[in-house]
Design a protein around this ligand. Structure first.
Ligand code: PEP
Length: 253
C-alpha cells in the first residue's frame, strides 16, 4: 500500500512571515489527516524557520527543498548544500523540476549528480520528469520520460521504495490550468512503473510513489487520485492558499 504524498511546491512565493502564518494555518487544517503524507517545499529563506516550527510541533507536515547543489560545501555562491537542508529538518528535495530544466538549463547528467547527492545525505529525491507539448504531439512522450528517468537515476542505488519519489509533470500542464486527463496520466504512470521495475525490480517499483503534477486543483484532484498508479500530487499554484491545498490533501478517491 502506497501512502499518498501530497506536496506543495511554493516556487518563488512567500517570505518567512507569510510562510510561518501559512504553516500555522495548514497545521490546524490537516491535523486530522492520517492516511496521507503532507509535504511543503518553500523557498530556501523560509526553511530554517519552518524547520524549527515543525520540530517543536506535533504536526505530521514534512519539509522539502526545491533544489540543492551536489557538493557538501564550497565556493558555490548562491547555492544550497544537502547537509544544510538536512540540518533544517528537510526530508525531501525536488530535483529536475521543469523550471530547473528549462529556465536554468539543467540536463539529466547534472540532475543525476543531484539525485546521488540527495541520497548520500539521506534526503528523498522527488525526481520530476515530463514531456513538452511538441514532444507529446510528436508521439515522443514515453521516450522522453523514459530517458529522463534512466538519466536521472543512472548508478543510483535504491534499497527500499521509500528512498525515491517520481513526479510526472507534463510541461504543458504546469501553471497553465490544463491538466492531463486521468487516463493519460494513469497511462504514463504505469509506463514509469515499468521503467522502475526494469531498474530496481518489481518489489521496489511497486512501492515507489509516483506523483502527478500539472495544474492539480481542488476540482480535479479526486479523479486524478482515483487512478491506480497515481500516488500523490506535486502542486504549485493551488498549494499557496491553505484552503485549496487542504482540499487537495483531503482528496476523495
Ligand atoms: C509545479 O510547480 O510543479 C506545478 C505542477 O505547478 P502547478 O500546480 O501550478 O501547475
Amino acid at each position: 500500500m502506497r501512502t499518498p504524498l501530497m506536496a506543495g511546491n511554493w516556487k518563488m512565493h512567500k517570505g518567512p512571515g507569510e510562510a510561518i502564518n501559512f504553516l500555522n494555518g495548514l497545521s490546524d487544517a490537516v491535523a486530522d489527516v492520517e492516511d496521507r503524507e503532507v509535504l511543503i517545499c518553500p523557498p530556501f529563506v523560509d526553511i530554517y524557520a519552518l524547520g524549527r516550527m515543525l520540530r517543536k510541533s506535533e504536526t505530521p507536515i514534512k519539509l522539502g527543498g526545491q533544489n540543492l547543489y551536489p557538493a557538501e560545501e564550497g565556493a558555490y555562491t548562491g547555492e544550497t548544500a544537502p547537509p544544510m537542508l538536512k540540518e533544517c529538518n528537510c526530508d525531501y528535495v525536488i530535483l529536475g523540476h521543469s523550471e530547473r530544466r528549462h529556465v536554468f538549463e539543467e540536463d539529466d547528467s547534472f540532475i543525476n549528480e543531484k539525485v546521488k547527492a540527495a541520497r548520500q545525505y539521506d534526503l528523498i529525491p522527488i525526481l520530476c520528469v515530463g514531456e513538452t507539448e511538441p514532444q507529446r504531439d510528436a508521439g515522443q512522450a514515453e521516450e522522453v520520460v523514459s530517458d529522463q528517468i534512466r538519466g536521472g537515476l543512472t548508478d543510483v542505488e535504491i534499497n527500499s521504495a521509500d528512498e525515491l519519489v517520481i513526479a510526472y509533470e507534463p510541461v504543458w500542464a504546469i501553471g497553465t490550468g490544463r491538466t492531463a486527463t486521468p487516463d493519460d496520466a494513469q497511462a504514463m504512470h504505469a509506463h514509469i512503473r515499468t521503467i522502475l521495475t526494469d531498474l530496481y525490480g518489481e518489489g521496489i517499483a511497486n512501492g515507489v510513489r509516483i506523483q502527478y503534477g500539472g495544474s492539480v486543483k481542488p476540482h480535479n484532484v479526486d479523479e486524478l487520485m482515483a487512478q491506480p498508479d497515481i500516488d500523490g500530487a506535486l502542486v504549485g499554484g493551488a498549494s499557496l492558499e491553505v484552503g485549496s491545498f487542504e482540499r487537495i490533501v483531503k482528496f476523495e478517491a
